[in-house]
Design a protein around this ligand. Structure first.
Ligand code: SAH
Ligand code: SF4
Ligand code: F3S
Length: 455
């Protein structure tokens, strides 16, 4: 018989398999979940077949994120018919679809939203017990909190080069298309001193890069601390070579933050600046709180401070009410901005959002696809041109590991977060090395590097 309380867990440990979908915040939250569960005696396994408990940390941002989870759930249904198994759904989808999920998915035993992970070990233990006793009790913890920052939970980080730190959680912006304010609740920031202390520990453990995370990261505020002050303090931590941050909002870029980014040698010269649309009319409907004129002025300010800064963006095509003229404005603005890269999405109506309540999702699937494809083709050419500008340049590259395609190639990132690849026979490398390499070729997504010429 399986023992599930923590003292006996050492004798017959309960094996947990955790799958993560969605954004970096979910990756980070999965590290928190592993930490909380391990403290309670649970053991993690990469093999789904060995697991007594399967957890899915889910994303709700677009319909295809939902579909991935449903597909996975239907696979679990087969496993659950064959052997005892506790299934838990965590994250944004758990939060947003609580009623629906428990109703339509009888195979789910536990639902826990992003602010409820402290209760997770208890919920899982109860589910295991209930299953042993032949009962079918559901565990549900989906309340959002105004305070939870998990400030005292040390994430169970994977080895590697980068460590995430969530400095704030939640979002108060209520962009009309977005589900995040509903799945992750109100904005709250974590204490600055705790963050800096954690950054020191991360450096001692050998991580070379810290990425500060938040749904709206640059609206960070804790007492006298704003985001500019925080990022400078983290960048000063000895041993940390690079500091990045995501996702910022264009409305929260005061001059001190721009100056911090452009001047501190350890803050990467890269800014993600989600545009969403090039039409003021659509930006208004989206409730984005800036106009194209303001966005352009921000980009001009950034480029005046430092012309080599790498800019990336997010764009939604086919938002409710988007006409050909609106899309043309987006197209022209993307042409003008020449972002280094862009994530381009089809609008996906999310339940309960302002847009779902107020604006009919009236752009046909075919038009959405056509717009995404056109913009994607444009951006691919721009990214190609941008990357070719690096030919012959010698860049500092932080080694992450092997290339996905071949272990004979090393892979790392430029300061601007562009993937760089080289032949390991010519350039031997270890994760965490900071190399100086010359770029000899470039595609729209990748730079190819070799040793710099000897001068
Ligand atoms: N907080 C961040 C990122 C949020 S999600 C920000 O404000 O920038 C990442 C991206 O997903 C968004 O920038 C947006 O482009 C896209 N997105 C969010 N909701 C969407 C929806 N309903 N349909 C399509 N794309 C969406
Ligand atoms: Fe969503 Fe807007 Fe908040 Fe980003 S800023 S998480 S897009 S509501
Ligand atoms: Fe998805 Fe939630 Fe992140 S909806 S994008 S996992 S904040």
């Amino acid at each position: 018989m399986k023992r599930t309380d923590s003292t006996q867990a050492t004798a017959t440990p309960t094996h947990v398999h955790l799958e993560t979908f969605g954004c970096q915040m979910n990756e980070y939250d999965s590290e928190l979940v592993r930490s909380l569960m391990k403290q309670d005696g649970f053991v993690f396994t990469d093999e789904q077949e060995r697991a007594d408990v399967i957890l899915m940390n889910t994303c709700a941002i677009r319909e295809n994120a939902h579909n991935k989870v449903y597909k996975h759930l239907s696979e679990l249904k087969k496993i659950k018919r064959q052997r005892p198994l506790v299934v838990g759904v965590l994250g944004c989808m758990a939060q947003n679809l609580k009623e629906e999920l428990t109703e339509i998915q009888p195979l789910i035993d536990v639902l826990a939203g992003p602010d409820s992970y402290r209760q997770l070990p208890m919920l899982i233990r109860n589910a295991l017990l209930s299953q042993e006793e032949g009962l079918d009790q559901k565990g549900l913890a989906v309340d959002l909190s105004e305070y939870e920052t998990y400030h005292d939970v040390v994430p169970d980080r994977h080895d590697g080069v980068n460590a995430w730190i969530a400095v704030m959680r939640g979002c108060d912006n209520f962009c009309s298309f977005c589900v995040v304010p509903y799945t992750r609740g109100r904005e709250r920031s974590r204490d600055a001193e705790g963050i800096i202390l954690e950054a020191h520990k991360i450096a001692e453990q050998g991580f070379k890069q810290i990425t500060l995370l938040g749904q709206n990261v640059n609206s960070y505020r804790f007492g006298d601390w704003d985001f500019a002050r925080l990022i400078l303090a983290v960048a000063d931590v000895p041993g940390i070579e690079r500091v990045r941050f995501t996702s910022p909002h264009p409305k929260d870029f005061p001059m001190p933050l721009l100056e911090a980014v452009v001047s501190h040698p350890h803050i990467c010269k890269q800014i993600h600046l989600p545009l969403q649309s090039g039409s003021d009319r659509i930006l208004g409907l989206m409730n984005r709180a800036y106009t194209i004129r303001e966005y352009r002025a921000l980009v001009d300010r950034i480029q005046a401070l430092r012309s080599d800064i790498v800019l990336s963006t997010d764009i939604i095509c086919g938002f409710a009410g988007e006409r050909d003229e609106d899309f043309d404005e987006t197209y022209r603005l993307v042409e003008e901005m020449r972002f280094h890269s862009a994530f381009i999405f089809k609008y996906s109506e999310r339940k309960n959002t302002i847009a779902a309540r107020k604006f009919p999702d009236d752009v046909s699937e075919a038009v959405k696809t056509e717009r995404v494809t056109r913009l994607f083709d444009l951006q691919r050419n721009i990214s190609y041109g941008r990357n070719r500008e690096y030919l012959k340049a010698v860049l500092p590259i932080l080694v992450e590991g092997d290339a996905k395609r071949s272990a004979a190639q090393g892979m790392g990132k430029s300061d601007g977060n562009i993937t760089v690849i080289w032949d390991k026979q010519i350039v031997p490398s270890q994760p965490g090395d900071l190399l100086s390499l010359a770029i000899y070729d470039a595609s729209s997504t990748t730079l190819y590097a070799e040793p710099p010429p000897v001068s």
